[in-house]
Every structure is written in structure tokens, then in C-alpha cells.
Design a protein around this ligand. Sequence first.
Ligand code: ADP
Ligand code: MG
Length: 594
Amino acid sequence: MSDTRQSDAVISWISGPVLHATTSVPFHLNEAVKVGHQQLLGEVIRINGDESVIQVYEDTTGLRPGDSVSATGSPLSVKLGPGLLGNIFDGLLRPLNTQGRYVKPGLGLDGSDKKYAFSPLIKKGDLLTRGSPFGSVHRADARPQRCMTPPNCDGRVVSIRQAGEYGEDEVLCTLDCGDRGTHELSMGHYWPVRQPRPVLHRRPIQGPLFTGQRIIDSIFPIGCGGRAAMPGGFGTGKTVLQETLAKWCDADVIIYVGCGERGNEMAGVLHDFPSLEDPRTGRPLMERTVIIANTSNMPVAAREASIYTAVTVGEYFRDMGLRVALMADSTSRWAEALREISGRLGELPGEAGYPAYLSSRQADFYERAAHVRTLSGNVGSLTIIGAVSPPSADFSEPVTTHTKRYVHCFLGLDPGRAQARFYPAIHPLQSYSHDVEALVHFWSQHGYPNWERERQRFLAFLEEQARLERMARIIGKDALPPRQQHVLLCAELINEAFLRQSAFSEVDRYCSAERQIAMMQMINRFIRLSEHAIEMNIGVESITALPVIRKLMRMGEEIGENDLDKYNDLRVELDDAFSQLTHSSKLEDETDEG
Ligand code: ADP
Ligand code: MG
């Protein structure tokens, strides 16, 4: 970002984050530029003869026609390096301090004098291929990391520094790149945010991003390297769900982008995350987290960029052979930023005022999620989970409908459920996952080959419940035949005992695969036993009155991870209750006949 070309460009017109500059030496499309004496960061987004249209990523107050614009010679890029983990950045990856204070305007990108413990992984004379690691970095306060050769650079090692403490920009390794001269590598390197980092090849989805949330893992699973969206109106629990996933999912690195949400919500994340513990390792959660904060009051163009910045950071860690999960809250605010900038550019508005390229931009974003073989031959993944906030919870608006086309897993949050404080408010009939088939193997490995069938059975009950409830509203629940009342009872059990899971419950906020299986099998056992009882003409009210039902309803809250064998006790109790019920009914039958 340093070779500033001589140019005579000056601002000729300006409106909010968009300005026009006239110049005799043309800029390149998508080139990063510096604007005014504060050197505000901007990007060339359109060129028309000697006039360029530039969007500025910072507050443009005070700029005026005649102020200078200078080229940087490279596309909008961010520096990827060992300082990312555990820190909070703005949409252009400039560090914010822990209170989330704003950075000073302008291109103060490098200024960190921090040193990191480096140890080389290669020696002089080695051939270094594209994207391969040449060293490792250890930080006491973050997970170990690799120093990566940039994906566009390879050659023979001419020199390599010894193990020791070095700054992020110090030259550690020199490569002889043949015809292309020599190349110097340091811990960090720049990468253009709008360009996906190359990989060897994409691999099919093989396992889940395990989240510990039953309705996700067991019913609508997210594949590791897949893409998921959670649309929901205001207050339906998007932010809480995103944070829950960030805390509990089994990724190595979490990228959390607060995109255009209100400042006080972001303040919650900024305040909570640094003080949280990783529930599995007991280490601070921030050690494996990068937060990109872009509240609604920050410049709108930076919000547009923040999504790309975040994906680029995610790909960087993926290239180290790690499992990365990216949470974006919310992609609707990002789409609104696109709309605002498009409006200022005078582009023809499409559906609901969004630009015609909204859909392709969304596709570009979700397309960067993948399970890959990295350039250096490792396996890595980037899973994207985007929240969508459709106005008045209307899922037919453009951002939600386009999102639906690009995600594999759609978790629709329902205002009705949220109002009833049924969390997570994911509506089982408005959600789907295309990753189910790929994950059958995962559940089989955990000793649950019937998972897919039993999952289907749960969904069938829930569908039937929706139909019967409509009917019951007209004719009254008691007028339904016993079989249908039985369906309602089973569906209630599935909802209450399995799908409901409070993010704030000490016992139930995380549910391991073993516990999910125990609970799912328990409910299936109940369904079988009760179906049998109904066949024997036992009334639904006698089943409902069984004391064991209450225990089933509360098993998530009452039987935690540490006493899984209590599920066996509960199963025995369930069997006993039904054998007594059917036994006494047989006796009654016999006395009737006698
Ligand atoms: P949104 O981001 O969709 O506007 P929030 O995530 O802020 O909504 O959720 C609103 C409120 O709903 C939270 O403050 C919390 O009280 C409750 N809530 C949401 N999700 C859950 C959950 N999984 N478990 C318990 N309570 C929840
Ligand atoms: Mg929110």
C-alpha cells in the first residue's frame, strides 16, 4: 500500500461517502486511494473518462472540492498477520481499543510495535510453495498460528531468521523467485479483500459445524464449510443465537462481524466477549476470536467493506488448516449500505430500492464459505452464518429471498415463538438444511445410524401438529379423535423437551452429541410406547397424566452433561410407567369380559 503514483487528482463533487475526482492520470478500477490532507481511505468504484467515482470509508465531513486525491497503486487490501486474534477492529481492519473507541481517521494501518515469538519451519535452500507456512508464531494470549507465504508468491529460501521475537513487518525470510526477482516475507501480508484467496480445490461437506444447539445439530445441521442464514424480525433472538454459536461451536477460530447493528448491541458483544471463557478449554474465548465492529453510526461505506474484510480474515485462518466460523450480524444492514451508496451513485434502483447487483454481491459473499484443500495441502474450512433482519419479519423481501438461494441451511426465526419466549425461536416448518445427507455419517459414527429417519419422524409430527391445530381451533381440541390428540401430545414433547433450549441455562445451554442422541431416542421411545398404548384403547388423558411425562418435558434442564447415565434411569421409568398402564388396562378388559 505504499507506491503512491504522482497524480494531480482533485475532488470535483462530493455527497456523503461518494465523491467524484478529476485527474489526468487515470486511476484503476477498485484501486484504493487517499483523500484530502487526512488521507482518508477510499476506493475507485467507477471511471468515466477523466472523472473517477470514489467511495470513502471514513467520515467525509470537512472535505471540499479542490482537495487532493492520491492513488495507492493497489486494490483495497487488509493486512493479515499474527495480531488479529483476540482483537477488535473496524470494517477496514484497523484496531479499535478494547472499549471499542474509534480509530483516528486516515491510513494509520501499521503502527503496531508489538513483537511476536517466531520460530522457523524451513531452512535455507528449501523450496517454498504458494501459501505454505514458513514459520510459527506463539502468543501467550492466543492460539498458535502459522506464518504464511502469500498465495501469489513462491521461490527458494535465500535467508531465514532464527527463532526469536520479531515485529509484524520485519523481514524474516527472503525468497529467490527466479525471473520474478527476490521477495521478502514477514509475519503479515496484505491481501485484497474483494478477491477470494486461492485454494487447491474445494471438498464436499463431510462433518457438521457442531454447535451444541439441538434444533441445529439434530434437526437443521450446518455443514462444516457450509453456509447458513438466520432471518428473523426484531427481537427474535438473532444476536443471542449468533453469540451462542460463537461461544459453543467447535470451530478453531471465530470471526464475529457486527455489521451496522445499533451501537448498544455491539457494546454488549464488546463488553461480554473479552470476559468470556472458552467453555471447553477454560481459556479466554477471545484467544480464538476476531471481532469486526461496525455499528450503524460508523461510515456506511466501511460497513459495505466490513463483510469482505471479515471473509478475507476467515480465509486467512482457513489457509492455516483451521476450522473457521464467521458470524455476520446482520447482512441486511450490509445490504442497506449497498443501497445507500447505490442511491448516491444515481443507479437505477431495483426491488425495494436495492441495486440490481444485490443478489450477485450476496452470492459472492456466501460463495467464499468452503471446505477446502489449502494450497499447502492441509484441510481447512470457513463456515458462514449470516443473520438477516427482514423489515416486519417478512421473509419475501429481497435480501431474505436472495439469501435463500445461496445458503444450504436456513434457520427461520419466528416472532410467534419469540413472543412466547420459546427459544431458540427457529421455526421447524420454515427452516431447512441441505447438509443432512452429508451428516448421516457423523451421527452413525456416534452410534446413531437411525438419526435421519428419526429426524424425519420429528418433522412429520410437527407438520401434522400445525395442521391439527388449525382444525382444533375450529372444532375444539377435545373433539379430535384419540390418534390425533396423541399426535399433538408427541409434537408438544418434541417442542418442549427437545427443540426448546435456553441460551442462559447453566445446564442446557450446550448439548453434546451424546446427550442429543439420548434425548432424541427417549422421545422416540415415548412415541412408540404411547402409540402402542393408544392401539390398546388407552385414553390420551391417561398418558398425559403419567408423572414421567413431566420429567421428559424437563429432561434437558434436569439431566446435564455430567450425568448422562440418568437418561438410562429415566428410560427404565418410562418403560415401567407404560407397562403398568397397559397391564392395568388389560386387567380392566379382562374384568369387563368376565
Ligand atoms: P434480535 O437480535 O433478533 O433483535 P436478540 O438476540 O437481541 O434479538 O434477542 C432478544 C431477547 O430475546 C434477548 O435479550 C433474550 O432475552 C431473548 N432470547 C433470544 N434468544 C434466546 C435464547 N436462545 N435463549 C434465551 N433467551 C433468548
Ligand atoms: Mg440483534
